[in-house]
Design a protein around this ligand. Structure first.
Ligand code: PMP
Ligand code: GLN
Length: 405
């Protein structure tokens, strides 16, 4: 007689993934990069620069490895890096964090997001997220057993900025709301939240005693003299905010996967408790080099910002020339383009076809929304590429558009 549970156990092997993660397949970035490689396309999908970070940073990292910085760093990170992070948070935002207890180094911002959400979200807790949202938020909230409450960022008007309706945000809060995720500068819309917008959010955090997790990986990539406002600087926010950053964007080394979390001691301690069992620590040789770069490479960061601003304008003009309606971003290195003027309605279909048809890869914005209809007509193009690469992409899109039309 068969064991009564046999069926269930058999399925455990054939379909082993836990139920709450089954909605998540391959990430859109991996899928589009693979498609770009297969079709020899210009890859404006996954956001990674095609030039390296500051030379001194690269040399220091190599030297550290050769000189023997090759064993485990302390779990919370090398103190040199924690001190450098504390200094720049103070220099740029006037916020003081104790390097010993209020700064914690993670495996990229992704590691910081995963550890923070795992540490703070109980099963059934609700998390407010602005959509479109970076893909790891949804997955990590699900893994923690939390529930997403998306609030839309919408285009104000033709060519306008993306913003949210404060009434909609307020209406999303329930007695189960535990925290709000804020991503500014925002991927994929390129919006840089204003002080007034952040104050709307802060007001609700104070009123309902909510925690904020802020993803600030693009903090130094803002354009047209716009300044990034770190949400922890708003009244009453320092004591309830975990701010997450990454070296990947700051110094154009996305493959290094070092990030850091800053916040009040109790929140950072919660992250530390979880993260010591997730990754224990992050690459030590790189941490030392990054500490030095944070203290000494302000000019490089400023130059990167200006160069990217030029690339933004170059790609925006090119995409318009190819028939897209383009929203000029305020920060990040992404442009959102409306495909409807070209006669298309679904960005996901077009993103899958474009590499083969035009030799250009981009990312459909739709996948960053729970309410997929909201982003159906939008595609995200990365402009952190050499000028000739951007020009090649535009040339290909124009030829494709002409052939199509
Ligand atoms: N948050 C946002 C908004 C991002 O765009 C990215 C991609 N860099 C990350 C987090 C992940 O950063 P990291 O590569 O440091 O894990
Ligand atoms: N942050 C990058 C982007 O938005 C991709 C990171 C990844 O591949 N997961 O394009």
């Amino acid at each position: 007689m068969p064991w009564p549970e046999a069926d269930r156990y058999a399925r455990r092997v054939e379909e082993p993934l836990i139920e709450r993660m089954r909605a998540y397949g391959e990430t859109i970035f991996a899928e589009m990069t693979r498609l770009a490689v297969e079709t020899d396309s210009v890859n404006l999908g996954q956001g990674f620069p095609d030039t390296d970070g500051p030379r001194a940073l690269l040399e220091n990292a190599s030297r550290n490895i050769l000189e023997g910085v090759n064993q485990y760093p302390p779990g919370p990170g090398r103190l040199e890096l924690r001190r450098a992070v504390s200094r720049y948070r103070s220099r740029h935002y006037g916020l003081d964090f104790d390097p010993e207890s209020e700064v914690y180094v993670t495996v990229g911002a992704t590691g910081g997001i995963a550890a923070s959400l795992s540490a703070l979200v109980e099963p059934g807790d609700e998390v407010i997220v602005f959509e479109p949202m970076y893909d790891s938020y949804a997955a990590m909230i699900s893994l923690a057993g939390g529930v997403r409450r998306p609030v839309a960022l919408r285009h104000e008007a033709e060519g306008g900025r993306f913003t949210f309706d404060p009434a909609e945000l307020r209406a999303a809060i329930t007695p189960r709301t535990r925290l709000i995720m804020i991503n500014t500068p925002h991927n994929p819309t390129g919006a840089v939240f204003t002080y007034a917008e952040l104050e709307e959010i802060a007001k609700l955090c104070r009123e309902h005693d909510l925690i904020a997790i802020t993803d600030e990986v693009y903090e130094f990539l803002t354009f047209d003299d716009r300044e990034h406002v770190s949400p922890a600087t708003l009244p009453g926010m320092r004591e309830r905010t975990l701010s997450i950053s990454s070296v990947g964007k700051m110094f154009a080394v996305t493959g290094w996967k070092i990030g850091w979390v800053t916040g009040p001691e109790p929140l950072v301690r919660a992250v530390r408790t979880v993260n010591q069992f997730l990754t224990f620590s992050a690459n030590g040789a790189l941490q030392l080099a990054i500490a030095d770069a944070i203290d000494n490479e302000g000019v490089w960061v400023q130059r990167q910002r200006l160069e990217l601003q030029g690339k933004r304008d170059r790609l925006a003009e090119g995409l318009r020339g190819a028939g897209f309606d383009v929203n000029v971003c305020e920060g990040t290195y992404f442009l959102m383009a409306d495909i409807r003027p070209l006669g298309y309605v679904d960005g996901e279909d077009l993103a899958r076809a474009l590499p083969r048809e035009a030799g250009v890869a981009a990312v459909p914005a739709k996948v960053f929304y729970d309410h997929r209809e909201e982003g159906r007509h939008l595609m995200r193009f990365a402009f952190c590429k050499k000028d000739d690469v951007l020009d090649e992409a535009v040339g290909r899109l124009k030829r494709w558009g002409t052939a199509e039309g």
